[in-house]
Each structure stands twice: as C-alpha cells, then as structure tokens.
Design a protein around this ligand. Structure first.
Ligand code: CA
Length: 229
C-alpha cells in the first residue's frame, strides 16, 4: 500500500454514472486517484490486476451484487472496503452478515462524508502501523502466548489469549462474534457466538482486577466487539 494519501488509488464501484463522477471529482479534490467500474462482474479481475488501496462498493449492482463481491474479495485481499447502500435498515443487516467490509455509508450521502470516511480508514491504517498507544497499554508476546496489561501479566487461557490478541492487533476495528470465533478456534467444534461473550466477560474480569476504571473492550450492540485504548 502506498504511504501518502496523494498516491492512494481508490476503486469506485457504482452503476449510477452521475454519482460515480461526483465521487471521482471529490476524491480528486482531496488528492486521491480513482478508477470507476459499473458492473459487479468486473470487480474481482480488476482488483487482482490493479491492487487498489481502498474500494467504495455499491450494494446494488448489475452483474454481481456488492455483498457477493465483498465476500469474494475477502478470500484473497484485505483491501479496505466501504459499502454504500440506499437504505439505513440495510446497514444493520449488512453488519449482521459478516461480509468483512470496513465501513458502511448510507445513500443519499454527501460526498464530503464519504471522503471523511475514506480518510478515517487510511488514518486508522497509518496509526496501527506506527503505533497508537495500544502498545503502551498492552504488550503481546505471541510466542509465549502472554499479554501484559498496564505492565501486569494477565493470566489468560489459550482461547482468551487468542481473542484478546486479535482485538489488540487491530485496535478500533469492529469484529463480529463470528469473526472472533474464527480466530479463536482452530478446529470446527460446535460453539455458539455466545461463547465469545462469555470469554470476553472473563477477560474483562481479569482486566478489571488490574484497572477498574479502564475497560478497553467496547461492546457494539448486536454486532460484536472492538478494542479502544
Ligand atoms: Ca447501484
């Protein structure tokens, strides 16, 4: 991925030509380079060829819908994806579907808002690269499966270690329960997403012994968890 915002390449997937042009203009004003596609079938091959830094992905598209594209992208790429959709009610549904998008914007949106979201994602990526204070609060030793919280070694089970380490790796990123389950169990044992809740509860208990004021694990109702330090 390119380092400066100026050279970031953004793919706009939007079948409404006016809207696509509007986004393109605003992105250009903010110094981004963008390309546009209007058919869902073209997205995967284009991404494999061109390796964009971020994708603005419309939900309703001819050829292949945004949900399917998002799922297919996640099989080979971690490129940030912002989904755009016409209905507010859809956002909750989309989040529930665990497609792996990084953010969602509702139509009609102001292009300014979209640009702000795009910049926020790039900032998040940058700050996780350069450190953002998380490492002052948490220290992870992956080899020994140990995590220190505020300088104190936590007594974690293997599952709790994997769960917390996953959250720490990408602070600020919202993980669904299913995504967390994928991370913590290597085998395909039968567990429910509520399992995640009970592990989180145990981790919180262990953290609160060290610092009662600071609960870095944030629950997002109906969706999942994220770490905020
Ligand atoms: Ca559309």
């Amino acid at each position: 991925m390119n380092n400066s915002i100026e050279s970031k390449k953004i793919l706009i997937v939007e079948d409404e030509p006016k809207l696509a042009q509007l986004l393109k203009d605003y992105l250009a004003q903010s110094g981004f380079v963008s390309c546009g596609l209007n058919n869902g079938l073209d997205v995967i091959p284009w991404v494999k060829q061109n390796d964009p830094d971020l994708i603005l992905l419309d939900l309703m598209l001819p050829g292949k819908d945004g949900m399917e594209i998002c799922r297919d992208l996640r099989r080979f790429s971690n490129v940030p994806i912002i989904m755009t959709t016409a209905k507010v009610e859809e956002i909750d549904r989309l989040l529930g579907l665990e497609m792996g998008a990084d953010d969602y914007v509702c139509k009609p949106y102001s292009p300014r808002e979209v640009i702000a979201r795009v910049k926020a994602i790039f900032r998040r990526i940058e700050s996780s690269k350069h450190g953002n204070g998380t490492e002052e609060v948490f220290l992870v030793n992956a080899e020994r499966m140990e995590i220190c919280f505020l300088g104190v070694l936590l007594d974690l089970t293997a599952v709790e270690f994997r769960l917390l380490a996953t959250l720490i790796k990408q602070p600020g990123r919202l993980f669904s329960r299913d995504q967390l389950l994928d991370q913590i169990y290597e085998d395909n044992r039968i567990v429910t997403t509520r399992t995640v809740d009970s592990h989180i509860k145990n981790i919180r208990k262990k953290l609160s012994v060290i610092s009662a004021e600071q609960d870095p694990i944030v629950s997002v109702y109906g969706v999942g968890y994220k770490l905020e330090v």
